[in-house]
Design a protein around this ligand. Structure first.
Ligand code: SAH
Ligand code: SF4
Ligand code: F3S
Length: 484
């Protein structure tokens, strides 16, 4: 697939001024950058290397594949660790500890850079959209070379060229954007599965959450561009796709010709070669009957729904600006289970939101027990500057939050160990993902409902969908054997 992009890059004429139109402009800079990298690599007598680390969610992971695609076109070679000529961190700022990790690792990078002064350090992603972060980096982390945000990742090649030309820190962070630049290279982590952005940004402003501030307003890609991308992926051997957005259930509402997410699912389903369709994330307030019906009737749509609860207390949900009640959430779960009885439900939960009492917390435990989630990501509330909740006065003391968190985690694990094994002694379709890390001769794959299974098999099966008999349940995963 990237051959086509290489040709577009090679067709650029560097004796002319850079084009003003995107993405042509970026192909021009990729070519220019490629020449610089080639020259440097000849001087050094070795290829130039890069290391890219992605923090945060699937959205960032997908952005990183695009960044990787550009770096590879330019001619950098990937290395395992951060002893590289170009180190890029795609950052997350959803919780404070995500930020702290980046600062910690920057200290380490500085020691490496002292030994290799030609090394370039670049930071992008959500954390860079925060003004205080950029100020701090400019002041105390002068060794960082390039800083850019979430709205202009497509400009990576242009920014590297600029850094080579001006020999000082390049900062390019946009406050927001309404544009979506299509048709740039990207490099997939797995040849057989891929994320596909269907929308960017978020308009929900849950009161604890920084994402709308760092990812900007909701923008949907056109169905035509999405379908075109999925078709290309299918032609390239992809069998499973994950449609990505902060709130896929509101997909298409702001398009010139509005399309619903369920309609999009139907169209994607028709694409030959695609066997499995997943999506993330669904906001409960926007989950329509039409979507439930689509999940029930479209066989390629996997029987898995990630439905973030955040809290089981209606009072806290109101403070969080989630716009559903405990009862509405439970009703929704019932409707979904009625339509797709075997569905696997997973969720996100925050403990210690400002003003959360023991009674509120008990409501959360109650929902966890009533629903019986296959798994739940549990988070300690983190105060994010700029959000509404950060200004709330009744922040919950740390020791109380920690105690609730431990109790919640124990309950979540107890329940998921109980419910995850419900397909024991059945044969299931499994997408083989990789050779098992821990056991020689074994493979690791996923059921449609996202549960992991390990079984003996040949690595040539990676990327194929096979029948596996589930012999033993280990709580969160199965051991199985291939069914011939
Ligand atoms: N768009 C998705 C979530 C994106 S962030 C959705 O609406 O579900 C992923 C998860 O991080 C959230 O579901 C929430 O549980 C958690 N999270 C977000 N902000 C947080 C904060 N300030 N403190 C703790 N957890 C947070
Ligand atoms: Fe954050 Fe809420 Fe948007 Fe999810 S829906 S990204 S939690 S503001
Ligand atoms: Fe983090 Fe940004 Fe995702 S803040 S969770 S990487 S959208």
């Amino acid at each position: 697939m990237n051959d086509e992009y290489r040709l577009r890059m090679e067709a650029q004429d560097l004796t002319k001024q850079p084009p003003t139109e995107e993405p042509e402009r970026q192909y021009y800079f990729m070519k220019k950058c490629q020449e610089i990298v080639k020259k440097k690599s000849e001087e050094m007598g070795r290829p130039l290397t890069f290391s890219l680390t992605s923090f945060g969610c699937q959205m960032n992971a997908r952005d990183s594949e695009k960044l990787l695609g550009i770096l590879e076109q330019i001619g950098y070679e990937e290395t395992e660790d951060e002893h590289a000529d170009f180190v890029l961190y795609n950052t997350c700022t959803v919780r404070e500890n995500a930020n702290l990790r980046v600062y910690g690792r920057l200290g380490y990078l500085n020691t490496i850079k002292k030994k290799n002064p030609d090394m370039l350090i670049a930071l992008c992603g959500c954390m860079m959209q925060e003004q205080e972060v950029v100020e701090k980096l400019k002041k105390s982390y002068r060794f960082v070379d390039i800083i850019f945000g979430t709205h202009n990742i497509f400009k990576l090649a242009e920014l590297i060229v600029k850094r080579f030309e001006q020999q000082k820190m390049v900062v390019d962070v946009w406050e927001g954007t309404d544009r979506i630049v299509e048709e740039l290279p990207s490099e997939r982590k797995y040849p057989f599965k891929s994320g596909v952005n269907i929308m960017f940004g978020c308009n929900n402003f849950c009161s604890y959450c920084i994402v709308p501030y760092v990812r900007g307003r909701e923008r949907s890609r056109s169905p035509k561009d999405i379908l075109e991308e999925v078709r290309r992926l299918a032609d390239d051997g992809v069998v499973e796709i994950m449609l990505l957005g902060q709130n896929v259930n509101s997909y298409g509402k702001n398009l010139k010709n509005p399309v619903s997410f369920a309609q999009l699912l139907k169209q994607v389903s028709k694409i030959e070669g695609i066997e499995r369709i997943r999506f993330m994330t669904s906001h409960p307030k926007d989950l329509s009957e039409e979507l439930i019906e689509a999940m029930r009737t479209l066989p390629k749509v996997c029987p898995h729904l990630h439905l973030p609860l955040q809290s089981g207390s209606t009072r806290i949900l109101r403070e969080m600006n989630r716009r559903y009640t405990k009862e509405q959430y439970l009703e929704l779960v019932e409707k979904i289970r009625c339509a797709v009885p075997d569905i696997s439900l997973t969720t996100d939960i925050i403990v210690g939101f400002p003003g959360e009492t023991e009674e509120d917390f008990q409501e959360t435990l109650d929902v966890v027990q009533t629903v019986g989630f296959d798994s739940a990501f549990t988070f300690i509330y983190s105060r994010r500057t700029g959000t509404l909740a950060a200004k709330m006065e009744n922040q919950v003391p740390e020791d109380i939050v920690k105690d609730r968190f431990d109790r919640l985690l124990a309950e979540v694990q107890r329940i998921s160990a109980k419910v995850c094994g419900r397909h024991l002694h059945t044969t299931q379709k499994v997408l083989v993902e990789e050779p098992d890390d821990h056991a020689e001769g074994y493979l690791t794959g996923r059921l449609g409902n996202n549960t992991i299974v390990h079984f003996p098999g040949d690595p040539s099966l990676v990327g194929k969908i096979v029948d596996v008999y589930l012999e033993e349940s280990k709580g969160f995963y199965y051991m199985g054997r291939l069914e011939c």
